[in-house]
Each structure stands twice: as structure tokens, then as C-alpha cells.
Write a protein that binds this ligand. Structure first.
Ligand SMILES: O=C(O)C(=O)C[C@]1(C(=O)O)C=C[C@@H](O)C=C1
Length: 268
């Protein structure tokens, strides 16, 4: 099956998508990936949502709220970054903002004087380094090709660095089967204990939260959309009861079931 993901060729997203798709097509942003699946231009999309060092890929969370899609798989993959350049004579390091942040300590210690340039993907940073000897890139070592040297490998701040990707499908393909569920909740309300009320239905039913993240709704300051992932499937009665309880609390807003899925660990 075809999947759209973040390009150009050689991104970590491309590698993750290759684990589940036999044909991969590229978009320049994660919003573009989600829009392509919502519009029916592609049956699947693969996008990064969270990294073990740097946390949320906020553009992905916002796009999952904005467009009608379902989360159908979760792929967790180790991320090992390399520093690539034509030679040692560079004054700028270009990469995706997530990759730059994941290598912050390495850059501070080894290259305290270089400028950092955030680009749309790690592979785009590699393209910049290929064109310009004053630019180095942070990316997967396999993207070096013949033109670039691998100056350092394993430069991420933690050896255990890992990124969680999701595979998305049109909303009609949402599944209730799986050991995990992703929900987005917009209470459109504000009172002491609101967040406690939203989380209690899970605690009361012994459902473990694997993640709770707030994103600004964009409506007004202090107004939030909550991304809640739980270790239970929508097929389970306890999950359905908890979601119904949350729907009652969020009656001024909405609750979106992105879907249930299982976690797959891939070495991409
Ligand atoms: O730029 C890439 O290679 C991507 O696939 C994006 C991305 C991200 O957004 O987190 C994916 C995995 C790594 O954490 C670094 C960058």
C-alpha cells in the first residue's frame, strides 16, 4: 500500500514509512501528509508525533486535530544521528528542529560557535550540505552518499533516542481493535479541577495513561486541546465508558476518537 511521508528521500519518516508501505510518496510538511490522507490523495500517511528527548512534534498534533483522519498503527524506532559535511570547514549546521534539539549537548560541547539552521527535514539539511561546503547536516548516516563525509556518529544526547511515528488512514478506516487508543479532547470550558475530571474516568477503571499533552486551541489564551493516549482499546467496555464520561464533561466542546492500534517496534 502507498504511504505519504515527510521528504525528500532519506528522512527518518521515509525509513519508518518503508517498514509499512511498498510505495512511498513525499510531502514537504507533516500537515501536507495529514491533508493528503484526509483528502483521499493517499491511503496511508506516516508522521512523527513524539521523540524521547525533545517531546512532541507539535505540528503533527495540531494537524491530527484539524483534519479528519484515523490513527491505525504506531511505529517506534531508534534514532541515531550523524554529522555529515563535505569537510571540516563548516560554520552552520542545518537539520530538522527536532534533530538539532536531540543533539543539543553534542553541538554545545563540540561546535559551540556554529550557527544552527532549522530546515523542513533532516534530508533537506543533507541537500543543503551537498550544495554548500560551509554547511553540515544532522541526519541518518546512510544519507551521506559519495559527496559527504560522516564526521561523527551516534551524536544524539541519549543513546536510547527514539521517535514514535503514527500511520494514519481516512477516518472511515478507524479501528476499535488494539492495545492503545488516541483521543483528542476539547472541553471548551474552564473551571478548577477540569483536567482532574477528564483524567479520573480512566483512573477509576484502571486504564493507564501513556501520554497527556495540552496544545493551545488557538481560540484564546489559556484555552486548550488535550491529546490523551491510553493503554486500552476502544473495543473494551471500560474504555467506552470512560470516553462517554469524558464526552459528558466536554459537552461544550468535543471528543475525537482517533482510533485504537498496537505498537510496533521497527529498526528503520
Ligand atoms: O526530518 C526527518 O528526517 C524526519 O523524519 C522528522 C523527524 C521529526 O520530526 O521528529 C523524525 C524523526 C527524528 O526525530 C527527527 C526528525
Amino acid at each position: 500500500m502507498k504511504a505519504v511521508t515527510l521528504g525528500p528521500e532519506g528522512t527518518y519518516s521515509h525509513r519508518a514509512a518503508g517498514a509499512i508501505a511498498d510505495e512511498v510518496e513525499f510531502r514537504e510538511s507533516v500537515t501536507g501528509i495529514v491533508a493528503a490522507v484526509a483528502d483521499g490523495a493517499a491511503p496511508r500517511g506516516v508522521l512523527p508525533v513524539e521523540n524521547s528527548i525533545e517531546g512532541s512534534v507539535t505540528e503533527s498534533l495540531d494537524a491530527l486535530t484539524e483534519y479528519e483522519v484515523a490513527v491505525v498503527r504506531e511505529l517506534v524506532t531508534p534514532i541515531r544521528h550523524a554529522l555529515l559535511a563535505q569537510g571540516s570547514d563548516f560554520d552552520t549546521v542545518a537539520s530538522h528542529s527536532q534533530a538539532l534539539a536531540q543533539c543539543r549537548a553534542f553541538l554545545d560541547v563540540e561546535y559551540p560557535d556554529v550557527a544552527l539552521e532549522a530546515v523542513a527535514s533532516t534530508a533537506q539539511g543533507v541537500e543543503r550540505a551537498r550544495e554548500d561546503p560551509t554547511i553540515a547536516a544532522i541526519a541518518h548516516p546512510d544519507t551521506a552518499g559519495d559527496d559527504l563525509s560522516v564526521l561523527a556518529e551516534g551524536i544524539q544526547d541519549q543513546a536510547s533516542n527514539a521517535t514514535r511515528f503514527v500511520a494514519i488512514a481516512p477516518r472511515a478506516e478507524r479501528s476499535e481493535a488494539g492495545g492503545k487508543t488516541s483521543l483528542v479532547v476539547y472541553p471548551n470550558d474552564d473551571y478548577p479541577g477540569l483536567l482532574l475530571d477528564l483524567l479520573e474516568p480512566f483512573a477509576d477503571r484502571g486504564i493507564n495513561l501513556t501520554r497527556a499533552e495540552s496544545r493551545p486551541s488557538g481560540e484564546r489564551l489559556g484555552d486548550y486541546v488535550f491529546h490523551i493516549d491510553v493503554a486500552a482499546g476502544l473495543y473494551e467496555e471500560r474504555t467506552q465508558e470512560a470516553v462517554e464520561a469524558i464526552e459528558a464533561i466536554a459537552e461544550e466542546g468535543w471528543v475525537c476518537r482517533l482510533g485504537s492500534y498496537d505498537t510496533e517496534h521497527v529498526v528503520a
